[in-house]
Design a protein around this ligand. Structure first.
Ligand SMILES: *[C@@H]1O[C@H](CO)[C@@H](O)[C@H](O)[C@H]1NC(C)=O
Ligand SMILES: *[C@@H]1O[C@H](CO)[C@@H](O)[C@H](O)[C@H]1NC(C)=O
Length: 247
């Protein structure tokens, strides 16, 4: 009976100890059960650290670096504000601990959500036989699970239309190296999907214009070279004659 009682008492004492010396963090918006605060980019987060012993000094850290606090914001209760939240705050860990005992501590982690700015219609004019590039901003957190492109309402046929498609997580890029009016003119949509939020979409209206005559640079260069060479040979043959008659 005695043997069973001891561990219980021990646990009870431990519980009292953590409550007496403990610190805890309250936040707006609220911390979830995993200690994570989900917050949309450019909004504000306010964190308040409380401790049981009212007269002890508190310390705040952001990713291990000390946050500077005013004197009146240290004892018993201490608040920090992230205003506004930026991309770099994603994954940032805020820790509060007792000034004299860093093992009495509590932490929260920020999870910053963002997605591309809504964008309207983009008009694109491209010359026949030129290169066509369409960009769609797809940088988001949580990331989009899929990005799709349509032309006049049906999925873009990459092979038949001579398109190449790349996505580096920031931009989805649709490129055609050799534009043909019959293949490439029309209305394009890029649509990014994520189970976490509504779809993101951007529209492009692509017009293919006739090919303008480019300045014929190569024939002109060839012409100049021929003229120069002819002059050079003329001078040379003349020089021969002049030097001959001087002898
Ligand atoms: C710091 O707090 C821990 C946990 O409450 C405790 O075990 C430890 O003895 C304390 N250390 C000091 C130096 O007070
Ligand atoms: C898309 O629709 C426009 C307008 O109806 C049409 O002029 C164009 O040829 C179509 N593009 C393709 C590739 O079918």
């Amino acid at each position: 009976m005695k043997l069973m009682f001891r561990p219980l008492l021990f646990h009870f004492l431990l519980l009292c100890a953590t409550q007496t010396f403990g610190v805890n963090i309250q936040s707006v918006p609220e911390v979830n059960s995993e200690g994570v605060i989900q917050i949309e980019l450019e909004n504000n987060v306010s964190l308040v650290c409380h401790e049981a012993q009212v007269d002890e000094e508190l310390v705040w850290l952001r990713n291990g670096a000390v946050v500077s606090l005013t004197e009146e914001n240290k004892k018993g209760q201490s608040s920090v504000c992230v205003s506004p939240v930026i991309y770099e705050d994603d994954g940032a860990i805020f820790t509060c601990h007792l000034g004299k005992n860093a093992t009495v501590t509590a932490s929260v982690t920020l999870y910053v959500t963002y997605q591309p700015q809504p964008s309207g219609l983009e008009d694109v004019a491209v010359e026949e036989e030129a290169e066509l590039v369409l960009w769609c901003d797809v940088w988001a957190n949580p990331p989009f699970s899929a990005v799709s492109w349509t032309l006049n309402g049906s999925a873009v046929d990459l092979v038949a239309s001579g398109f190449s498609l790349t996505n580096d997580g920031f931009t989805s890029k649709l490129t055609a190296n050799y534009v043909e009016k019959s293949l490439h003119e029309g209305t394009y949509h890029c649509t990014a999907k994520s189970p976490a939020r509504v779809d993101y979409s951007k529209e492009f209206s692509v017009t293919v214009t006739g090919k303008t005559m480019k300045f014929p640079l190569m024939p002109i260069i060839a012409g100049i070279v021929v003229v120069c060479l002819t002059t050079l040979f003329a001078i040379l043959s003349r020089w021969n004659r002049i030097t001959k008659c001087c002898k």
